[in-house]
Design a protein around this ligand. Structure first.
Ligand code: SF4
Length: 298
């Protein structure tokens, strides 16, 4: 389990965690969110292109294969997701094919951490406190070894990637999990190297082409302090999450402005139209069963 599993709780609302991760409720969408769909395809293309040492066209095939995989897993990709991902990747690739641009040396792509503790306390506790993560890449850059983390962003949005991800728990978890295996194989970690993949679009009425952007280093010495509280608090978040069951009466937090569960918290059962369980069944058709006696919208 990575950070995503407890994200709503870490973001502040235990009720959103219960709805989404314990009761597995989501809003019915005819298609996968276009931002997520294209981001996922871009990541697949990037992994292949870096694996091929930034040569060839295998990345296109990889985007198509990844789209097929998502569809087989039950995701419905929005129309033209593949062609949009290809044209966006072309822009990213063009940026990095500039011979004057300093490039990293890629040491690994799609590197998976096996389950492990993110701190001595988590390792000792074991079970749900052990975490996994998948690194987009591991790269040598500017004399150090870095975790490469691709972030797709909207047209003209490269500058916001640093603000958004510098202290992002996903990044801090990836750093915290770097262990003896990786130190032996790749060396000591310098930090995370954010890699903006800037999508095409319009800004102030102007058409903007897809592109890449200079890498953004988040070095360990800059977030050393933050890593200390993060490891302590991640332990607390996981501990709180494991105590929440389907029937638990958990507190709500007023973080509702952009929350997808707002109709449920506003109207209860009357707000349940349009919500489904992860198996696609509408939550309005719910029937109680052992351990799931509380109505899902409560
Ligand atoms: S609408 Fe507000 S209280 Fe309800 S789950 Fe979302 S953030 Fe929590």
């Amino acid at each position: 389990m990575g950070f995503h599993q407890i994200e709503p709780l870490a973001n502040g609302c235990a009720k959103a965690y219960q709805f989404s991760r314990v009761r597995k409720i989501k809003k019915y969408e005819a298609f996968l969110n276009p931002h997520l769909a294209i981001g996922s395809l871009l990541h697949a293309g990037r992994a292949q292109w870096l694996y091929d040492k930034r040569t060839g066209d295998n990345w296109k095939t990889q985007i198509i294969l990844h789209a097929d995989k998502l569809e087989k897993e039950g995701e419905k990709l929005p129309p033209q997701a593949v062609s949009k991902a290809v044209s966006n990747f072309e822009g990213y690739r063009k940026f990095w094919l500039n011979p004057h641009r300093p490039r990293s040396t890629v040491l690994a792509v799609e590197y998976a951490y096996e389950p492990r503790g993110f701190s001595p306390e988590a390792t000792a506790a074991g079970g749900p406190f052990l975490r996994t993560s998948r690194l987009d890449s591991i790269e040598r850059w500017s004399g150090g070894v870095w975790i490469g983390e691709a972030k797709s962003t909207y047209a003209g949005g490269a500058a916001r990637v640093k603000d958004m991800y510098e202290l992002h728990p996903q990044i801090m978890l990836q750093i915290s999990l770097w262990g003896e295996t990786e130190r032996t194989k790749f060396g000591p970690l310098a930090g995370v190297l954010l890699d903006p993949m800037v999508k095409e679009g319009t800004k102030k009425g102007e058409e903007i082409e897809a592109t890449g952007a200079d890498r953004i280093p988040v070095s360990l010495d800059k977030i050393d302090y933050a890593l200390r509280w993060f490891k302590r608090d991640l332990f607390r978040w996981i501990d709180a999450a494991r105590q929440i069951t389907w029937n638990s009466d958990v507190e709500r937090r007023n973080l509702c402005r952009t929350c997808e569960f707002k109709p449920l918290c506003s109207k209860g059962r009357d707000g349940s139209a349009g919500f489904v369980f992860s198996n696609g069944l509408p939550i309005a058709a719910w029937k109680p069963s052992k351990g799931k006696e509380t109505p899902p919208w409560e």
